[in-house]
Design a protein around this ligand. Structure first.
Ligand code: SF4
Length: 439
């Protein structure tokens, strides 16, 4: 009863039925099934004869299932309450502190990408050294004596202000020594167009993680401001960084153009020498997801398997679902870091957005001094849970919890995008039927 004996290929979100008002039974290939508890995140695999006995109301099978924690009850549980109670014992939704920054040094960018969610080249002033000084002071004092913190350089294109990155890394390193912080890990999210020898040396010296935004071999959606393709230059720079020993990975944005060719795209990136590929969760720019959720889940599942087979790793929101099922702990607060803190965005003008990917909506933005004097403001990052009546009957509720605050702001509604829900349902079905040991 415990061994998954399935093939993911035939598992779709539609091939499930509700059992005893509490559980979901996912049909797998060959007549077997996975029985899943959406609150405890426990699952048990049934062979074809057990599935037949289950449907025949076999009491001895029901007794066996009780030993695995699956009970036939008179009253179905309130799943939303049960999940929130479970999550609360491990990790509440309220952040205890700021655990890291996304530092938005400039909104200037040397590219224009059709799916960019940032307002670029607006003529708004860049971050000043004074802003950065004050922001880093607050972050490092807040994290005094913690083992490590991370700072991520972001824009626009952050390397346009490499001077600020250099200054900030050096200053953060000095502060870390003063405050007993073992390590400050810098990361940069870059389009890869700009790379100088000085940058290479700096990336190596500070142990950078460089994430290059790239979505395929030749992207019509990512061009230089002139409209010309930037791909050859970016690919050359990736090779240079890899050859120099810099830790470089890819940030891949799923688009309507590449979602159907995800394995091919990952193959191309791996041919460039990239081994760590992070696939961004779609952001509802213009209020909706632009890729079909179910297709994306299947594409990520296949891409993940493919990358592992070639010695690489594909990370995505699918991993949250695997982690939830694997640890049996709800994953409903995506803004929370492992240490109970939240990553926020440090913005020009001595401001902080408590949502690290939203610096447009003023209700999330505060002066540094306000955050310093009232850390409770960080609670704004915590989303209202399970906003839709359909969340109660959703098998994915304990690995989703509903759209993030940023998604809600971009959609101008608390209701989830149907493609967002389709993604979670399909991804859960695939994770439950995965017998590859990749969890
Ligand atoms: S996937 Fe949709 S229905 Fe399910 S919990 Fe999330 S928001 Fe609610």
């Amino acid at each position: 009863m415990t061994t998954p004996a399935s093939s993911f290929e035939s598992t779709t979100a539609g091939q499930k039925e509700e059992l005893w008002g509490s559980y979901f039974l996912y049909r797998l290939s060959g007549g077997s099934a996975a029985l899943f508890d959406p609150v405890s995140l426990e699952s048990v695999y049934l062979d074809p004869s057990e599935v037949r006995r289950l449907h025949a109301d076999d009491n001895s099978l029901a007794a066996d299932l009780r030993t695995y924690g699956f009970h036939r009850t008179v009253q179905a549980p309130n799943r939303r309450e049960a999940v929130v109670n479970r999550a609360g014992t491990e990790l509440a939704g309220s952040p205890t502190h700021m655990s890291g920054y996304r530092i938005v040094v400039t909104d200037k960018c040397n590219m224009k990408c059709s799916y960019c969610f940032v307002d670029t080249n607006t003529s708004n002033p860049d971050m000043s050294q004074k802003d950065l000084h004050e922001g880093l002071d607050l972050l490092l004092t807040t994290n005094k004596n913690r083992k490590r913190i991370s700072i991520q350089w972001f824009g626009g294109e952050p390397t346009i202000r490499f001077d600020l990155m250099k200054w900030g890394d050096t200053y953060a390193r000095r502060l870390a020594q003063d405050y007993g912080i073992e390590k400050v890990t810098p990361v940069v999210v870059t389009n890869g167009v700009l790379l100088t020898d000085e940058m290479l040396d700096h990336y190596k010296e500070f142990g950078y993680g460089v994430g290059v935004s790239i979505d395929g071999p030749a992207s019509a959606e990512r061009t230089l401001l002139s409209g010309k393709p930037a791909d050859p230059r970016i690919h050359r720079n990736i090779t240079r960084m890899i050859e120099a020993g810099v830790d470089v990975g890819a940030n891949l944005t799923p688009t309507p153009h590449n979602v159907g060719q995800m394995v091919k795209v990952i193959g191309y990136l791996m041919d460039l020498g990239l081994r760590f590929i992070y696939v961004n969760t779609p952001i509802p720019i213009s209020g909706k997801w632009h890729v079909p959720g179910s297709t994306l889940a299947k594409a990520l599942f296949e891409a993940r398997l493919y990358a592992v087979g070639r010695g690489g790793m594909v990370f995505s929101r699918l991993d949250r679902i695997y982690q939830g099922i694997d640890t049996r702990e709800p994953r409903i607060y995506e803004h929370m870091q492992r240490d109970g803190g939240v990553r926020v965005a440090l913005l020009p003008g001595r401001r902080i957005s408590v949502l690290d990917l939203n610096w447009r909506d003023q209700e999330f933005i505060y002066a540094i001094d306000d955050i310093r004097s009232d850390p409770g403001l960080l609670n704004q990052a915590c989303k209202p849970l399970f906003p839709s009546p359909q969340c109660e009957t959703c098998p994915a509720l304990a690995v989703c919890g509903g759209p993030s605050q940023n998604d809600r702001a971009l959609r101008r509604t608390g209701q989830p995008d149907p493609e967002f829900c389709a993604f979670h349902e399909q991804a859960l079905a695939l994770a439950l039927s995965d017998n590859t040991g990749l969890q």
